[in-house]
Design a protein around this ligand. Structure first.
Ligand code: ZN
Length: 401
């Protein structure tokens, strides 16, 4: 009887009310359709700073509030659903919201012509410097340490709304840059049209750069994961997002779970304050003919991920680093936690697909406050014989990704 009454109450809530709770009336029919299966996200303690940065001589592209709100909320759902699939619950980056259900996008006007904020480290740094000046005057607008800065495409002999660009478009540290153009609209999502392909290129990039700005390095999935799930967002998912299956790896989700804007309401952790190199001991790396086996003990409460990487070992040459979570084994003892993983060569595509020369297994550590360090073990695959133990007694640590 009670069950019958409850069922009647649930059934009496029309589906459109569920959608209306997340979608303002002003959203496009396509956005309402795409957001209809939204999951309810847990409330976050810190919100991403969503900044639309313009020069002293331009304006945001038309209808940016609706267009970017739709795109951001859909992306927030993607991250939230991937976190849930990986066992972290319905958690995503927090977005600042307006009472009307739109995203609270802060428009910041720079002191210089928009051309001064061009695609370069210099252009980005100038923007960030002025953004800090803005926050000094409007501290309530700085909701976390993470800045997602959107600029309007330049209009010159190379760039326009049909070929956007010219502005910073990358992520580093806690910052990332993406762009906006007339036609950057979720109505084109997944369409096999010129506007659809253009949207995937720039929306996929928007999603991928945000990943960097939320602490994620590049990575590839294992052969099994890629067969089942598609392309990792932090691999070449910027070319597939919204068009073909795209996903976040377990390693990416483990890092996001310790990223400031994913902290749940009430979590007062001072993010990125710890910055201590983890203590690593008893690192053992061995090969048995089928797999590399890694075990180590490190400072407790750190997550560990192993990235198998080809040369060259440089920025933006690491998209294809296949990543494995290195899970904890047993309880911590005397402040140290054992982590163990096996990396089957088959999941790397087999030995025939591994390039010759020195390779690396990068070990990346993340503290509870999101502080990160990495080190690596060099491996010469072609010289390995079953039973070999890889020497790794000298570890050098680097801060950051
Ligand atoms: Zn990237």
């Amino acid at each position: 009887m009670i069950r019958g009454v409850l069922a009647a109450i649930l059934c009496s809530v029309p589906f459109s009310c569920v959608a209306a709770a997340t979608c303002p009336d002003s959203f496009s029919p396509r956005a309402k359709e795409l957001l209809a299966d939204s999951v309810e996200l847990m409330e976050s303690e810190h919100k991403l700073n969503v900044i639309y940065f313009i020069g002293n001589d331009n304006e945001p592209a038309a209808d940016y509030e609706r267009r970017l709100s739709e795109l951001l909320l859909y992306l927030q759902q993607f991250y939230g659903k991937e976190m849930a699939r990986n066992g972290y619950g319905n958690r995503s980056f927090g977005l600042p919201m307006l009472p009307n259900g739109m995203v609270d996008i802060t428009v910041v006007r720079g002191k210089e012509s928009h051309k001064k904020y061009y695609y370069s480290g210099e252009g980005a740094e100038l923007c960030l410097k002025e953004l800090e000046e803005y926050y000094a005057k409007h501290p309530e607008k700085k909701r976390s340490q993470h800045n997602f800065v959107i600029m309007r495409t330049h209009y010159d002999d190379k760039h326009n709304d049909a070929n956007p660009g010219g502005v910073p478009f990358f992520g580093y540290g806690v910052h990332c840059f993406a762009l906006d153009y007339v036609g950057f609209d979720i109505e084109h999502l997944g369409q096999d049209t010129t506007a659809g392909h253009l949207l995937t290129k720039w929306y996929g990039g928007f999603a991928h750069e945000l990943g960097h700005g939320l602490n994620l390095p590049h990575n590839n999935g294992t052969r099994t994961q890629n067969t089942e799930l598609g392309t990792p967002l932090m691999n070449s998912g910027n070319y597939t997002f919204g068009y073909k299956p795209t996903y976040l790896t377990p390693a990416s989700c483990s890092i996001l779970a310790r990223s400031e804007t994913f902290a749940l309401k009430g979590n007062k952790t001072p993010y990125y304050a710890y910055q201590q190199q983890p203590e690593v001991e008893a690192l053992h790396v061995a090969y048995d003919g089928d797999s590399i086996h890694i075990s180590l003990r490190c400072t407790e409460n750190h997550t560990v991920n192993a990235y198998v990487q080809d040369p060259p070992f440089a920025v933006n040459q690491d998209y294809d680093a296949v990543v494995f979570r290195v899970p904890e084994k047993g309880p911590a003892q005397a402040g140290k936690q054992l982590h163990v993983v096996s990396i089957p060569l088959d999941e790397l595509g087999g030995l025939k697909n591994i390039r010759h020369g020195e390779q690396r297994v990068d070990l990346r550590f993340c503290a509870p406050d999101g502080s990160r360090y990495r080190t690596y073990v060099p491996i010469q695959w072609e010289n390995l014989k079953p039973g070999d133990v890889i020497p790794c007694d000298k570890l050098e640590f680097v801060k950051g990704y």
